[in-house]
Design a protein. Structure first.
Length: 308
């Protein structure tokens, strides 16, 4: 990790130890121990914080190391800011949404995917002086997959992620995700009626047109009905081979029924398929023992391809 990341951890522990006081001098080694930082990093951390004007020293000279320090006003304000955003779910989610796509872009090999497990070793595993959690990372990956920014491969023991075309565009944009997404055109075509004459922008084949003055209708491009029916049939065929618990088997059956009835809407179908994959993937060893693992993997691949 960079010294700046260690310095954020140090500041949070200094804030806790000082109680927010600008007057109290504290031993930096004690803060290092509280922050569980390696002592060899101490001089680099203190030099950076003094240079940034966040702490002042009570004993450093050119020939003598720092033996006590305290917050400056700017340092106290910055530490309080770190504590505030580190405790905010929204701030933590936004951070992961922005960095996971860029991390995947930087770490995905040609023709492959980056192992999500390796994200834990990256400096971006840390946010505002605190570690993120796997629950937060998994939730962020689900969100980015639903937004078509990440393609996700889930197999036992490994989760692979790679940026989609949209994700690559975002990674290269240098924008925040919110700003980038606001620049993207909606994935729909507009059908507008003006004073009795129908004006079609985009292909409206097979869709209903609204008539009458001033009507506007959006035509969404849905999932191919035959492909969806084939996927539902595949899933129902493999379900008995998975040796699921009664609860999981009932949940899978419900999700397949929901996919059949609601999966024609791409975003909805993608979310349902993701839930199905979560139920099915852990059961692959049982399917392999029954000689049905190829069929199970084919069904998962079909769902990924249809809603990818």
């Amino acid at each position: 990790m960079t010294t700046a990341r260690y310095a954020e951890q140090f500041l949070l522990c200094l804030l806790e130890a000082s109680g927010g006081s600008l007057a109290e001098f504290l031993d930096p080694e004690t803060i290092m121990q509280s922050a569980r930082l390696d002592m060899p990093e101490k001089n680099a951390i203190l030099s950076l914080l003094i240079e940034q004007g966040y702490v002042s020293s009570g004993g450093e000279t050119r020939d003598r190391p720092v033996y006590a320090l305290r917050f400056t006003s700017a340092g106290l304000e910055h530490a309080q800011h770190l504590r505030r955003i580190s405790r905010s779910k929204a701030e933590r989610d936004v951070y992961l949404h922005n960095w996971l796509v860029r991390w995947a872009y930087d770490n995905t090999p040609a023709g492959g995917s980056a192992s999500l497990q390796e994200f834990a070793g990256d400096e971006h595993w840390w946010f505002a002086g605190t570690e993120v959690t796997w629950d937060e990372v998994f939730a962020a990956v689900d969100f980015l997959e639903a937004e078509n920014l990440l393609a996700v491969e889930r197999i036992p023991g490994r989760i692979g992620v790679r940026p989609t075309l949209l994700g690559i565009k975002f990674a290269l944009s240098r924008m925040t995700l919110r700003t980038f997404m606001s620049t993207q055109q909606p994935h729909s075509s507009s059908v507008t009626n003006h004073f009795g004459s129908i004006v079609v922008q985009g292909n409206a084949t097979g869709n209903n047109l609204a008539t009458g003055g001033g009507n506007t209708q959006t035509v969404n491009q849905g999932v191919d009905g035959d492909a969806l029916a084939s996927l539902v049939a595949q899933l129902r065929q493999i379900a008995p081979t998975l040796e699921l618990s009664q609860e999981d088997a009932e949940e899978l059956a419900e999700e397949i029924d929901t996919l059949e009835s609601e999966g024609a809407e791409p975003t909805r179908g993608r979310r349902i398929m993701r839930r199905i994959a979560r139920i099915v993937t852990p059961a692959l060893p049982a399917a392999a023992a029954a000689g049905a693992d190829a069929a199970v993997q084919a069904a998962i691949a079909a769902g990924t391809g249809l809603f990818g």
